[in-house]
Design a protein around this ligand. Structure first.
Ligand code: GLN
Length: 488
């Protein structure tokens, strides 16, 4: 059961080949046996899992099941779960048990899906390697000496190692797509505002977006159907009705215009990775798509722009963690100032502190115009590059990352080298566009991802391109040899 796609599990439950309790037990057993190797989960509540699975089985027996009823799904530990710790990978929230569910979790509960557990992540979603977690680093199931990517590294590793059939993640600058690429799975960051942010711990509010991570585009479509939609409690949630993302799967690619930004194929891209991307593009071309060279002339400004805007917004969002309201509080504060400083000194890790310092500086009086305002102006130019491109093409394609997964520890002392990991993913967040990564090959046994960026609210088209690609290739069906039961 553990190696099946969500689509197959949905059919298996419907046809009574197995029950949700059996299915959930299978994944719980794998987590208990194997996750000491990967460290992909922070919390798993077996009793709650089996209770939810039992309720799902009753619902299936009563004949009123929804599509995902009984399917176990792992959730990034950034989403509030009523009565279950939500740590966001931080000591600051190690003791935080939310009194409510994030809208996204509520959607899955309404559908009768089972919360399998909460996955490891970089602290407050800041990172590209999952090494910034208070709960320790996560290992890549393809090679446990490598990082799984970040910040949704726990979700990606859990799916790749078949400890969960699918997971949720969040993407502020690449945190769904980059770990999906490194772990050989499929992940989509929808358009900004497509999925509610209510109950999702805020990192950079104008960039954060939640999305599904699974083995295939089809499975991502099944999850996105449950996640997407307007939320009156999130003022940045789009009022545009969500589509049925499964309905268009299988449509022809004949006449599809795919833009290849010349800036995404230049210096800095690993040659073996580039070859995988070129081969993937040939496959799409064979299915009738036309490849068109395009340009995103402000691409070189995405890293500096993001690393002003994201820390600025983070410094504001994280000011709420003061030891007064909830989360960590230092012992025996002598006065209010001592309470604030020691709580934050103890509660936050090094990368989070670095971002708070950068963001506070960028927003301070006298520097606001030079940094935050300037970055917002450049952000507009980056967005305009995409608007211009989408007047010529239907989707944009390129690599998700400059190369495959790197070794644990290789970049952890060099924040700038780590930030360069995000070079191809940040722009979609700055522009608010949907972006997806699909497995596109192996380089020395390490997976690489093809990135597809779509126009606003064009998730259905992206998913279809990914699905058509996966009907013709088997990269998404490869499983890491370190995960017992897996075959290369
Ligand atoms: N790697 C980027 C960062 O560290 C993006 C993280 C994310 O998307 N949450 O900010």
């Amino acid at each position: 059961m553990y190696d099946k796609s969500v689509a197959q599990l949905v059919a298996g439950l419907r046809d009574k080949q197995f029950s949700s309790v059996e299915l959930s037990r299978c994944f719980l057993e794998r987590i208990a046996r194997l996750d000491s190797t990967y460290n992909s989960f922070i919390s798993v509540d077996e009793t709650a899992v089996l209770a939810a699975a039992g309720a799902a089985d009753k619902r299936i027996a009563a004949g009123n099941a929804a599509t995902l009823t009984g399917i176990p799904i792992a959730h990034k530990d950034i989403f509030c779960t009523d009565g279950m710790r939500t740590s966001c990978g931080s000591r600051m929230l190690d003791n935080f048990v939310p009194p409510y569910d994030a809208t996204l979790i509520a959607h899955f509960n309404r559908e009768g899906a089972v919360v399998l557990g909460k996955t490891n992540m970089d602290e407050f979603a800041m990172g590209s390697s999952n090494e910034n977690s208070f709960y320790g680093a996560v290992s890549n199931p393809w090679d446990t000496s490598l990082v799984p990517g970040g910040s949704s590294g726990g979700s990606a590793a859990a799916v790749a190692a078949m400890l969960a059939p699918a997971a949720t993640g969040t993407d502020t600058g690449g945190s769904i797509r980059q770990p999906a690429a490194f772990c050989g799975i499929t992940g989509i960051k929808p358009t900004y505002g497509r999925v509610s942010r209510l109950g999702m711990v805020a990192f950079a509010s104008s960039l954060d977006q939640a999305g599904p991570m699974a083995h295939s585009a089809e499975d991502c479509a099944l999850l996105l159907n449950c996640m997407a939609g307007h939320d009156p409690l999130d003022s940045t949630s789009s009022e545009l009705p969500a589509e049925d993302y499964c309905a268009g799967l299988g449509g022809s690619l004949q006449g599809l215009r795919i833009g290849l930004p010349r800036e995404y194929f230049g210096d800095g891209l690993d040659t073996a990775t580039a070859r995988c991307i070129q081969d993937s593009l040939k496959e799409l071309e064979a299915q009738g798509a036309t490849l068109v060279e395009v340009s995103l002339p402000h691409s070189h400004l995405t890293i500096p722009t993001y690393y002003i805007i994201a820390p600025a917004e983070a410094s504001t969002n994280l000011s709420r963690f003061d030891g007064v309201r909830y989360g960590h509080r230092c012992a025996n504060p002598v006065d209010l100032h001592d309470l604030y400083t020691r709580t934050r000194e103890e509660g936050f890790g090094a990368e989070v502190k670095r971002r708070i310092l950068v963001g506070t500086y960028a927003l301070s009086a006298g520097y606001y115009d030079a940094y935050y305002k300037k970055a917002q102006q450049v952000r507009r130019l980056i967005k305009q590059d995409f608007v211009d491109c989408f007047s010529q093409v239907d989707v944009i394609a390129g690599p998700t990352t400059p190369g495959p997964a790197f070794a644990l520890g290789a970049k952890s002392d060099d924040p700038l080298a780590m930030y360069l990991e995000d070079i191809y993913t940040l722009a979609a967040n700055l522009a608010g566009l949907p972006g997806m990564s699909v497995p596109a090959g192996l380089v020395g046994g390490r997976p690489v991802g093809l990135q597809l960026i779509g126009n606003y609210f064009d998730e259905a088209r992206l998913l279809n391109v990914g699905h058509r690609f996966q009907q013709a290739t088997d990269w998404h069906q490869r499983r890491p040899a370190t995960a017992p039961g897996g075959t290369q």
